[in-house]
Design a protein around this ligand. Structure first.
Ligand code: APR
Length: 240
């Protein structure tokens, strides 16, 4: 019944947003943050993905990112990513807003994509602020240094306690103000800004579908909560 209703909603939509979290990449073998495997050497992401942790021990933080970069490089987009890429080609207006930094939505073919927490294969120099693609793996030096000025490189990722990239959230809100439907896939809803984006879309009248095997902080708010893995559900509700 809920599957049929979700199918109907997607069929009658024109402007669709998809908000994803780590769960969409779980079936690609990338551990989620707060589930099994969310720890590394007994650290949580909240202990490492902070400017304080980086200034205290850049080598440790880069070791964590090196491990994650290796996992992401070896991962492939899964059927859920591929369906989201198909959706982009079907809907007149479409946008993926992802919290993930793994690059899998882009590799699956999505171009209308905002990686609001950044990209694990982009670096930023802490001195000259140069931002560039950086997919060296394994790292030749840890911590890696800027090829232009020799300054310390950091991942171009929004860490806990940091501001989002200028203009990024406005772009999301501009799109979300007029979406027919928002699909919320694979997020626990622990980070406030993505949750506020989903809440905003719903407050603007968007229909909402959540896909997550567990409940999240958004489950109570959505029209339809499909409690199963994305790879199982998406093929059932998307038959274009
Ligand atoms: N399909 C759909 N959802 C899944 C699947 C799956 N196969 N497997 C797990 N999930 C769900 C889990 O139930 C959980 O609710 O994915 C969610 C992952 O939650 P988190 O690990 O908290 O990841 P996320 O919500 O993306 O975290 C948000 O927090 O650590 C920071 O910046 C980091 O972007 C990250 C943000």
């Amino acid at each position: 019944m809920k599957i049929e209703k979700a199918k109907e909603i997607l069929k009658n939509s024109k402007n669709v947003a998809v908000l994803t979290g780590a769960g969409i990449s779980a079936e690609s073998g990338i551990p989620t943050f707060r589930g099994e495997g969310g720890y590394w050497r007994n650290y949580r992401s909240e202990d490492l993905a902070t400017p304080e942790a980086f200034s205290r021990d850049p080598q440790l933080v880069w070791s964590w990112y090196e491990m994650r970069r290796g996992v992401c490089l070896n991962a492939q987009p899964n059927p859920g990513h591929k369906i989201i890429a198909e959706m982009e080609n079907y809907y007149p207006e479409f946008l993926v807003i992802t919290q993930n930094v793994d690059g899998l939505h882009a590799r699956a073919g999505n171009k209308k994509l905002l990686q609001i927490h950044g990209d694990i294969f982009t670096s930023r120099c802490t001195d000259c602020m140069t931002i560039e693609h950086f997919d060296e793996h394994p790292l030749s030096t840890n911590p890696p240094l800027c090829p232009s000025c020799g300054g310390l490189l950091r991942p171009h990722i929004v860490w806990f306690g940091e501001a989002y990239f200028p203009g990024m959230i406005d772009k999301c809100l501009n799109f979300l103000k007029s979406v027919d439907t928002i699909c919320i896939i694979g997020t626990s809803g622990q980070v406030s800004v993505p949750v506020q984006l989903a809440e905003y879309a719903i407050s603007q009248g968007a229909k909402s579908i959540e896909i997550n095997p567990s409940t999240s902080t958004l489950t109570e708010l959505v029209d339809i909560a499909l409690q199963a893995p994305a790879g199982e559900i998406l093929p059932k509700i998307w038959d274009k």
